[in-house]
Design a protein around this ligand. Sequence first.
Ligand code: NAD
Ligand code: UDP
Length: 310
Amino acid sequence: MNRVLVTGGAGFLGSHLCERLLQDGNDVICADNLFTGSKDNIRHLMANPYFEFIRHDITEPLYVEVDQIYNLACPASPVHYQANPVKTTKTSVYGALNMLGLAKRVGARILQASTSEVYGDPEVHPQPESYRGCVNPIGIRSCYDEGKRVAETLFFDYHRMHDLEIKVMRIFNTYGPRMNPHDGRVVSNFIVQALKNEDITIYGDGSQTRSFCYVDDLIEGMVRLMASPADFTGPCNIGNPGEFTILELAKKVIELTGSSSQIVYQPLPADDPLQRKPVIDLARKHLDWEPHIALDEGLKKTIEYFKRIL
Ligand code: NAD
Ligand code: UDP
């Protein structure tokens, strides 16, 4: 039985990961400061004797004995990561240092939840891992993008200096049940607006694209990456290569919810990337992984979830 630490385990992705790790027979510690996560996301796991929740901020050191660490703690939506940008950078940078220090002390393998945001507003399309990105270092998204880039740097320096077993996963937009309805991400916003028959807010003209991965596919990729041979460090893109404009997404959500919502257009936020789509050849080759859940199917499951909680 592996002892596994999941930071950010009470969040959207973290709660699905904890659930999966318990199903696979692991002993799971979830460390979370509940900034964007919630005990409701892990309430169903609390009675399991192999699950333990610690309220902890990863900008502070943590002393536990574990075999594996999944480092997911970090606010992920623009609304939340821009609320206190200095704290966001601290979470990525001090958080990575603390978790890498812990991994070094206990000899644990450690996986970093990095992001497609390391590619910034990409000039190369679609994005392979070899692309170094086009990131504004001083904009309103920089606290998140640059924080995640420094975290990747720290992971590779710990790997080179201390032979630490690292895995760096670049996650592309992921959606599904337990997304926070108030965090302003596009899928949750559109579904909540549609279910309430409120206006659907498109920022810009809706021609910007994103690739949306359903959470179950994402978690499968994450677990496979952690289990991959030690010489495969990544960075490894995990995402769904299906590419949709934001206008197409809005229309799909209206159709699938049968909503009477109207589409309204609002200003595009600064530095909002125009296009994003992962190349997943490395994941296919090293993890034998690819996504299986199409956008319509995943949206239906997500809509059912929001119907229940609203
Ligand atoms: P989320 O906001 O639901 O989860 C983040 C969790 O981290 C929350 O439970 C929050 O309370 C916790 N947290 C934040 N700061 C913390 C701190 N200082 N100490 C301890 N806990 C802290 O977001 P998510 O979508 O589940 O994202 C999880 C990870 O995956 C993040 O690192 C994010 O950057 C990365 N990621 C997510 C996506 C996506 O589309 N969901 C895309 C790219 C990368
Ligand atoms: N977006 C939108 N309406 C919303 C929320 C987001 O048009 O109500 C747009 C946003 O400007 C971006 C895309 O949807 O172009 C994805 O936004 P999200 O915040 O989900 O993720 P990210 O920009 O980090 O990929």
